[in-house]
Design a protein around this ligand. Structure first.
Ligand SMILES: Cc1cc2nc3c(=O)[nH]c(=O)nc-3n(C[C@H](O)[C@H](O)[C@H](O)COP(=O)(O)OP(=O)(O)OC[C@H]3O[C@@H](n4cnc5c(N)ncnc54)[C@H](O)[C@@H]3O)c2cc1C
Ligand SMILES: NC(=O)c1ccc[n+]([C@@H]2O[C@H](COP(=O)([O-])OP(=O)(O)OC[C@H]3O[C@@H](n4cnc5c(N)ncnc54)[C@H](OP(=O)(O)O)[C@@H]3O)[C@@H](O)[C@H]2O)c1
Ligand SMILES: Cc1cc2nc3c(=O)[nH]c(=O)nc-3n(C[C@H](O)[C@H](O)[C@H](O)COP(=O)(O)O)c2cc1C
Length: 1024
């Protein structure tokens, strides 16, 4: 036998013997398990039978007590006492016996056994539960903190709310398991977690509209506060339980995280102010939400539901805490003095906030608050007060009453129901960004009256567009669409949802819908009238009936004329289609009635706010087009060294506004009209501009109650709300004609509003060609004396002006830079016309009589973004003020380099008139080139030599390098500035380079550039 085999046999024998023993042990274990199981059954059934018999004995004792002798009565009393003690003993026993799951646990987990059969495992489970709460609370605190202070994305909010839902759901399950294992958490605190889970779930589904934005910060601050209190509580509980354990008084489920803080001896007293503050915050939340729910444009059911949940939470928490305090005070009074006799309490029940149980026994001799208690309490209160004071009046209850009365005040989202209710048969939807489309819609809906029909203008964002198919329910019905195009053939913001709906619903049957489309666009843009064309085509595809051809309006030519001509042919087509006739009633139709206020509290009068009344005094984020931020101007300097023009660089301070931006975004500013023009208007019309008025819509069902925020003064309306500098449209002339006392003036005004060739030519030359604004018209037609209220009704709204942000948020997170040229020109009548916003901005000095100059602004996101991969080369083409976004891009590429990132080639093409005059940002550009942020700087000085040199000429000069960057190195091309000529010429130059170096035909080169655009590698930020 080989030597090794002996060892193997020996080993095997040994192993086999051990295995026999293991088998025996396991057999015994199974036997014991069996016995345990039998014993458990035995105990359980014995306990049941004991309980039953105990009841019977109790009845017998009661019977025997009647007429029993003194001695017998004593014996019976003793038995009675013991009977009373028994149920507790049974409960203690049952804590270690398997139990049936309650309804909730059975639903969630099924019938799995969740009873923990040893003290250790119970302690461990409770320990884990406490730790889970603590860790999760810290996580929630962090999340609320980040969302509140740093990032404002709905997506992150959704994650926070999801975490909350998950947290509360998990708590309800873990607590049910604890209860099954002998914990006495009960009553309100259990219910509290169900409500909280529901509340967080509702918050999660709340869509990202204005109501959500208003409540968001309040909710985040509340979550942050609750998490902090929760952490305090964890410490409090652990301290109490540690103490109870030290006293040998703990309940078997009361073991919790280690740690005892001496200052927690009076824990509940210490916690009470925080708890009550939290409860009242819940009440405040609920009241805020109820008030918000009453707002006309608050359509979300979540508002009311969350309000209700907060109210329930407040009531439950408040009354339970009051009960605890009462109980505590009572038990303090009855409490024996010695610690040794202190009554045991179950601190497990002090779960969420506190419990209906008393706090741990404390020595009566101890003072109510220790010095440390007072110190910490004062510190925390001090910090809270400091935080509140350091913000701008944040304790003010948010003004939820939305006073922007131009916004809808009814909740109707069904335009069909509204039309039926108000007897309308024509609806004019508008996709409009700067108001022209909306203006045309109003004019068309007003026209309807002249043909015996009733029309209404409607914002597609406010209505359920899925109802279009139902329009056939209304006799002789017609939908008109006035759709403007933006960006790269994109819809306006208010038409985005409608556009998505059209794209997504292939199966929609619109066969009963009569429609027509008027498109608003500008020929200088690549995607001319793309949106109007799309809507027209798509509605036809879905079966709708086009009753008149698509109208194309070109803002580069004469949009007004295009519209008037189209309208002139459109109405006869409508009449023919529906078999109706024009009523021949051409009289002016007023839409608003004037109300003068003589005794109105001036606090209720708008003074230029865009949205909420007093929003400029009490600024509350989030800031957007309806709630602009008043940004202080910190820098305002002239950029050009010479020449007659004024190019300026402004810096707006956004510290504390929570406004975030990216390089490439636009900043919108709300300008103010020149006060000299306003005064002249008042003078020429002979009116007191400081009269407080309201213009109220005569159509009570209309969503638009006033043409601008009312009540206000004429001065405010003409200064902040109305456009008094652009040449008025023909409808304004038509309506004003009635107020010209000279028949010649009247005739000319009517002629200009007509579609006759002479009328059009007159309007083109006398109004547009001479850039006559309303003041110039009133000056040049002295017989024209319109009532100021009618004029205010007719003038369009003053629009915000956009500027490409000239800074990077990476380098300047708290300021936004603007690069702009002041608009000023002489008209053919010899008048000097000044651009509203640029002249107003020019005069925004950093301090104005010791006050900071401010600018109402908000951010508009754009698609004009640096490539995601920093290594991709970029080619930036931006002559004149077109350099603006590239100042941001250059800063950002420099910052990336500083961070140690590898950054691709950065090539700049800039153009200006003269090197010594308007080579703006020369130092910055040359510095960037010197330190390698700009790998190539090309500047075209157009007027420094006989022949014009433009950016596109330099592009062609560098064609080999440019083509290599585009074709081989995946470069991204950016063009910014003039849309009318420059952007087109640059594109043509690139086509030519493609042709020459890519060996393509012109068509192929055009397609090549188009493809770059669709891939997001050719972006334009252009205006005209
Ligand atoms: C997306 C976007 C980004 C922009 N970025 C910038 C930027 O970074 N920097 C910048 O300076 N501008 C930028 N603009 C233009 C800017 O928004 C304003 O249009 C511009 O500053 C003029 O505003 P204003 O109120 O001073 O002039 P307005 O009062 O609006 O007057 C301008 C109008 O006057 C008329 N006009 C102007 N010059 C003449 C003339 N010589 N003859 C006859 N009529 C004339 C035209 O009708 C013109 O529309 C941008 C525009 C858009 C849409
Ligand atoms: N809507 C408004 O109120 C408004 C206000 C401001 C600016 N803008 C637009 O914004 C553009 C930029 O204005 P700005 O004052 O910043 O610029 P700018 O100083 O007028 O022009 C910058 C440079 O671009 C040159 N240029 C002119 N036509 C060009 C073309 N087709 N291709 C390439 N370069 C060309 C100019 O040369 P020359 O001048 O020597 O020909 C100049 O050297 C203007 O063209 C204007 O359309 C509009
Ligand atoms: C930044 C900007 C982008 C534009 N993009 C386009 C476009 O891609 N295609 C187009 O046809 N018109 C374009 N336009 C022109 C507008 O559609 C046109 O001026 C229209 O009358 C605006 O209507 P609104 O005042 O109702 O918003 C653009 C205008 C601006 C200011």
């Amino acid at each position: 036998m080989p030597q090794g085999l002996g060892v193997v046999l020996e080993e095997w024998k040994c192993l086999d013997k051990e295995y026999q023993q293991l088998q025996e042990t396991h057999r015994m274990y199974l036997q014991k398990l069996d016995e345990i199981s039998k014993l458990q059954n035995n105990c359980s059934s014995s306990i049941s039978s004991q309980r039953k018999r105990l009841k019977e004995v109790s009845h017998l004792v009661e019977k025997c007590s009647k007429g029993a002798s003194e001695e017998d009565a004593k014996t019976l009393d003793e038995i009675n006492e013991k009977i009373k003690m028994q149920p507790n003993a049974f409960s203690e026993m049952e804590a270690f016996l398997p139990k049936k799951n309650g309804l909730y646990l059975s639903l969630v987990l099924g019938h799995v056994n969740v009873t923990l059969l040893s003290k250790q495992s119970k302690f461990a489970y409770k320990d884990e539960y406490e730790k889970f709460k603590l860790y999760h609370t810290v996580l929630l605190m962090l999340f609320s903190f980040i969302c509140y202070f740093f990032v404002s994305y709905r997506f992150l909010d959704a994650i926070l709310n999801f975490l909350l839902v998950w947290y509360y759901c998990t708590l309800t399950i873990r607590e049910s398991i604890l209860i099954t294992n002998g914990s006495r958490i009960k009553g309100w605190w259990v219910f509290h977690h169900y409500i909280s889970a529901f509340l967080s779930g509702v918050m999660l589904t709340w869509p990202d509209g204005n109501p959500y934005k208003i409540f968001r910060n309040q909710f985040l601050a509340y979550s942050l506060y609750q998490s902090l209190v929760q952490c305090l509580q964890c410490y409090y509980q652990s301290g109490c339980l540690y103490r109870l354990r030290a006293l040998g008084e703990r309940h078997n489920m009361d073991l919790t995280v280690e740690g005892f803080q001496s200052w927690m001896w009076k824990g509940l007293t210490f916690l009470l102010p925080f708890l009550f503050f939290g409860h009242f915050w819940q009440l405040f939340n609920s009241l805020s939400l109820f008030r918000m729910a009453q707002l006309s444009d608050c359509k979300e059911w979540q508002v009311l539901m969350c309000g209700l949940c907060f109210l329930i939470l407040f009531m439950g928490n408040f009354f339970t805490t009051v009960a605890v305090v009462r109980h505590k005070v009572n038990s303090r009074n009855q409490k024996p003095k010695s610690i040794g006799k202190a009554k045991s309490v179950n601190m497990t029940d002090m779960d969420a906030e506190t419990s209906t149980h008393t706090e741990p026994a404390v020595d009566e001799e101890e003072p109510l608050f220790s010095n440390l208690d007072l110190f910490l309490f004062s510190l925390i209160v001090g910090l809270v007060i400091y935080w509140f004071m350091s913000r701008k009046k944040p304790e003010q209850i948010p003004e939820f009453k939305k006073l922007d009365t131009t916004a809808p005040t009814t909740r109707e989202t069904s335009f069909i129901e509204k039309m039926k209710k108000t007897g309308k048969n024509i609806i004019v939807f508008y996709g409009s960004q700067t108001g022209t489309g909306e203006e045309f819609s109003n004019r068309l809906s007003k026209d309807a009256q002249r043909y015996g029909m009733k029309g209404m203008a409607a914002d597609p964002e406010e209505y359920e567009m899925g109802e279009l198919a139902r329009l056939s329910e209304i006799k002789n019905s017609l939908a008109i669409f006035c759709m403007a195009t933006y960006g790269e053939g994109d819809p306006t913001d208010n038409a985005q949802d409608f556009y998505d709906w059209l794209q997504e619903n292939d199966d929609e049957d619109l066969s009963g819908l009569n429609y027509t489309v008027f498109a608003l666009g500008n020929k200088t843009y690549e995607h001319y009238n793309a949106m109007g064309k799309y809507v027209d085509k798509r509605l036809e595809e879905l079966g709708a009936k086009r009753i008149f051809d698509l109208g194309l309006g070109d803002d580069d030519g004469n949009l007004e004329e295009d519209f008037v001509s189209w309208r002139e042919q459109f109405w006869p087509a409508v009449c023919e289609h529906f078999g109706v006739e024009a009523l021949g009633d051409d009289s002016s139709i007023r839409q608003y009635e004037l109300k003068e206020h003589t005794d109105l509290n001036m606090n209720k009068v708008y003074t230029g706010e865009i949205g909420r009344l007093k929003s400029f005094e009490v600024q509350k984020p989030p800031f957007d087009s309806k709630n602009p931020f008043l940004a202080p101007v910190t820098v305002n300097r002239r950029l050009n060294k010479g020449g007659n023009r004024h190019l300026m660089h402004l810096e707006l301070d956004i510290t504390g506004s929570k406004i975030r931006y990216e390089s490439g975004d636009h900043v919108a500013v709300f300008p103010t009209n020149d006060s000299a023009l306003v005064n002249k208007l008042g003078q020429i019309l002979g009116v007191d501009l400081d009269v407080v008025i309201s213009l109220n819509n005569l159509d009570e069902e209309s969503n638009k109650k006033h043409p601008f925020p009312c009540p206000t003064t004429y001065r405010t309306a003409l200064t902040h709300y109305l456009d008094i500098t652009h040449p008025p449209r023909t409808n304004v002339l038509y309506e004003l004609a009635q107020y010209a006392s000279d028949p010649k003036d009247q005739e000319n005004m009517r002629k200009m509003a007509s579609s006759s060739p002479e009328g059009k030519a007159l309007y083109q030359s006398w109004v547009l060609g001479a850039s006559r604004n309303i003041l110039a018209i009133l000056e040049d037609m002295p017989s024209l004396k319109p009532p100021v209220d009618h004029l205010c009704e007719l003038l369009p709204r003053l629009q915000a002006r956009y500027y490409s942000i000239a800074s990077s948020s990476k380098v300047h997170p708290n300021s936004i830079h603007i690069c702009a040229v002041v608009v000023e020109y002489e008209t053919v009548t010899g008048r000097i016309n000044k651009g509203v916003a640029t002249n107003w901005l020019k005069n925004k000095l950093v301090t104005d009589n010791g006050h900071k100059s401010t600018v109402p602004m908000y951010i508009r996101k754009s698609q004009f973004r640096l490539p995601f991969k920093t290594t991709n080369p970029v080619i930036m083409i931006g002559p004149g003020t077109g350099i603006a976004p590239f100042m941001g891009f250059i800063q950002e590429r420099g910052w990336l380099k500083q961070q140690g990132k590898e950054v691709g080639e950065t090539v700049m093409f800039f153009g200006c008139r003269h090197k010594n005059e308007d080579y703006i940002y020369q130092e910055e550009l040359e510095e960037a080139e010197k330190n390698g942020v700009l790998t190539q700087l090309n500047v075209a000085f157009s007027r420094d030599q006989e022949q014009k040199v433009y950016v596109q000429h330099l592009l062609k000069k560098n064609k080999e390098h440019i083509w290599k960057l585009i074709h081989s190195d995946n470069a991204h091309i950016y063009v910014c500035g003039d849309a009318k000529n420059m952007a087109k010429d640059v594109q043509t130059a690139l086509h030519e380079i493609g042709e020459e170096l890519g060996g393509m035909t012109r068509t192929q080169a055009t397609d090549y550039i188009k493809k770059l655009m669709t891939k997001g590698r050719y972006s334009q930020d252009v205006w005209s």
